[in-house]
Design a protein around this ligand. Sequence first.
Ligand code: NAX
Length: 351
Amino acid sequence: AKAPVRVLVTGAAGQIGYALVPMIARGIMLGPDQPIILHMLDIEQAAEALKGVKIELIDAAFPLLKGIVATTDAVEACKSVNIAVMVGGFPCKEGMTRKDVLPKNVPIYRAHASALGEHAAPNCRVLVVANPANTNAVIFKEFAPSIPEKNITCLTRLDHNRALSQIAVRLNVHINDVKNVIVWGNHSSTQYPDASHATITTTSGEKSAGELIADHHWLQNEFITTVQQRGDVILKVRKLSSALSAASAACDHIRDWLIGTPKRTWVSMGVFSDGSYGIQPGLFYSFPVTCQNGNWSIVQVFRYFYSLTWPIIMLSTMTGLKIDEFSRTKMDATAIELMEEKSLAYSFIDQ
Ligand code: NAX
């Protein structure tokens, strides 16, 4: 039998936590044969609710669940964890913007980063879910110098999944037949959901979304705004923000990262920019990535070309996907927002 993996969920007594921990304990995140020890952290005010979650986990009698640590002590929560899903944070209350939440989250992410940096298992993988997710990841990286940046990511998979679904609904095809959308940039309303490389499996082979959706106006307008504003729609009808879809996306994110993305398929993840696609290095920016052996890499494609001299030789080079003018503008706009958030975060760090 496999050794248990320790998975930490912060903010475990919250909405997403309540949807996420049973998914993890059921094997949805790491597979049906991977035993789990769940670590759950929340704050003192939520201690009773956290206790309730623990009792329910016990009552659910999950065969894979080998242990539960439920605590309000960050150091105890972080001890020897292999995976950390950071859902805890200061909630964005009515009338507050993402920018108002930032000063509240700087000390929280600072404390959690130090605790994980010192106490997590070697090679611990971190997924930041709490908003502003990309910028919380910047803060996290700053205060966990022992955790390599390749092990720190933030969640844009929910946006990615929403984009896949919008195309599937539009074409009346199954979600499994749609792949390779991209969510670029920030997990905010400036994100750029991009269908220009998306493909659909049909009975007559693989087709591009642009080929099947004749209405390009839809692809460049409603498709984008629907995905960008989906969170607000849920908030309006549910009176609560998305939780089950966020929890499911967090499982998808970790599973693909550790187990690998399917062949010829990429997913969107917020990762540390190395300057790919002209995005400022050091931002946590959502890119198309493929994962193998527990590591993500930003999608690069081989381009072949022939030299014009004789003898004709085929040469190849690694470059990014083709980016047109429309995409470039949108990718840069969301990068600018991330740069602003980052400098705002640093201004609170320096205080
Ligand atoms: P809730 O307010 O229901 O839960 C948050 C939990 O975090 C609470 O139980 C709270 O007590 C706990 N918490 C607060 N400070 C903490 C601390 N210092 N240490 C440990 N726990 C702490 O929010 P929920 O709906 O679960 O959402 C959680 C976060 O996910 C929010 O920041 C939200 O904005 C963000 N989201 C991110 C998404 C993404 O795709 N990246 C989508 C869904 C969601 O909106």
